[in-house]
Ligand binder design. Sequence first.
Ligand code: NAD
Length: 350
Amino acid sequence: MTIPAPSDKALVPFVSVDHMMQLIHHIGLEDMMRGIAEYIEADFRRWQLFDKTPRVASHSAEGVIELMPTSDGEVYGFKYVNGHPKNTAEGLQTVTAFGLLADVASGYPVLLSEMTMLTALRTAATSALVARLLAPAGASTMAMIGNGAQSEFQSLAMKAICGISEVRLFDTDPAATRKCAANLQGQGLTVTICQSPEDAILGAQIITTCTADKQNAKILTDNMIGAGVHINAIGGDCPGKTELAPEILHRSDIFVEFPEQTRIEGEIQQLADDHPVSEIWQVLTGQVPGRVSDRQITLFDSVGFAIEDFSALRYVRDQIRTAGLCHMLDMLADPDDPRDLFGMLQRAEP
Ligand code: NAD
């Protein structure tokens, strides 16, 4: 007996890592990060429509595994993501991810995608979108502290979206800095290798911290931060995992994605629960101001929020409609008579 072919509705487009890389090259990395930033901005502007919840985290001694769900009432999405700082020593990624979109009306999945690559693009797109709102006008130089998997994406998104022209690299592991500098060759940025975080922040208007360590680290100390800079703090994204000295937080105006999640995971876990913060969607919709003075220190306390992943998946779904670049997965049992699942199984008996 032949196995019945599933109907089209039961076939789910799947974007593999290989197809994702082809899609990025087809669109161009910087154009794709610009496109994802536009989708994130559009979704942040309709913030009230979304179901929002802090991500569901399962912690272990080595790292964390998280589920990040959201819905705009028509489409539901989630991302599975891990964070394991010790993985790189074993040749594994610190962060890997995949995600799914589903049709709210039927509950049927409409997209399954790798998201390790896509997370790097969406994190960088979010950082640059926020820096465009908060960094000092004419910012041209970024310090990039932590030169791992995210670092080139962060650098190129800041170039594509905010117009920076120089990155100053520092990592405690010189091999990571050499890798990042080599990868950024010929990408239209002046790249300077620095020997210390103090050296990296010299002359930088934007300071990005993107390190991975499961502890309350002090990548930036109070005396390193002068007036007028924008800090893009990416790496502190778990309870007990932060990058900034608390004194810096008290001197900064702090901007977050979703306070209920950031108070658990972000730099502000070091502050009182009622410490004032502004939300990015409020800045985008003009309800609260972004940067208001040349001397203000602005801090984006980034942890990564589910709506950014939803936006990135939405972008990919729209792109593959014309670009193809997906496999159709037979992942939903869909009997002709919806109540005859058993009969479908019987007919498939070899
Ligand atoms: P990675 O492991 O590839 O790179 C981290 C780098 O930090 C390594 O090269 C390491 O040597 C360096 N480092 C560690 N301690 C340092 C220190 N004290 N000073 C300077 N460099 C130091 O990790 P990745 O994938 O690039 O991710 C970096 C961090 O960003 C992780 O903590 C991850 O959880 C976080 N992240 C956040 C978001 C978000 O949305 N906010 C998204 C993705 C990743």
